[in-house]
Design a protein around this ligand. Structure first.
Ligand code: ZN
Length: 179
């Protein structure tokens, strides 16, 4: 089982490297990432969170029953559950203009959660584990999870995006963890 890296580990602040070769080793690594995500009941995981600064994320939002996800391709909504779990290699996001606030937590920062302002809609481009191009639009929890995980690949954590009030609320807990 891969171990989850926690706040304070430098790999969480590293900018992950693009993946140049999609091979059997990467597919095994993706399967291990999924196993770790399910074990810790997360809905997303970035490679940095298991100590590897490479651009791959896994996502499965099906466990969050009260937080719907929307997946759209060419303007048409697709059944989200049929496309889970997602393994996305070298993911890139385009952000829609509207914003939305929502609660977030992170397996690398246990015990902390807070409201984060993010784009309501994103368009994702990535490769799948066969090296095929993937492109879709997301709303709801899927949009939020994609933004949270792609942030990890750039060394950004959700606590960096808390507003002043939220940051104040969690400051004590963060200091305790930093020690
Ligand atoms: Zn996270």
């Amino acid at each position: 089982m891969l171990e989850i890296t926690k706040l304070g580990h430098p790999v969480l602040r590293a900018k992950a490297e693009p993946i140049r070769e999609i091979d059997a080793a990467l597919r095994r690594f993706a399967a291990d990432m999924l196993e770790a995500m399910y074990e810790h009941e997360g809905c997303g995981l970035a490679a940095n969170q298991v100590g590897v600064a490479r651009r791959i994320i896994v996502i499965d939002t099906r466990g969050a029953k009260n937080r719907p996800s929307v997946l759209r391709l060419g303007g048409k909504s697709l059944p989200v559950h049929k496309h889970m779990p997602m393994v996305l290699v070298n993911p890139e996001l385009e952000f829609g203009p509207e914003r939305e606030s929502g609660d977030e937590a992170c397996l690398s920062i246990p015990g902390i959660h807070g409201d984060v302002d993010r784009a309501r809609v994103v368009r994702l481009r990535a490769l799948d584990l066969d090296g095929a191009a993937v492109e879709f639009e997301a709303e709801g929890l899927l949009s939020r999870a994609l933004q949270h995980e792609v942030d990890h690949l750039d060394g950004i954590l959700f606590i960096d995006r808390l507003d002043a009030e939220e940051r104040k609320r969690v400051a004590d807990e963060l200091h305790a963890m930093a020690r």
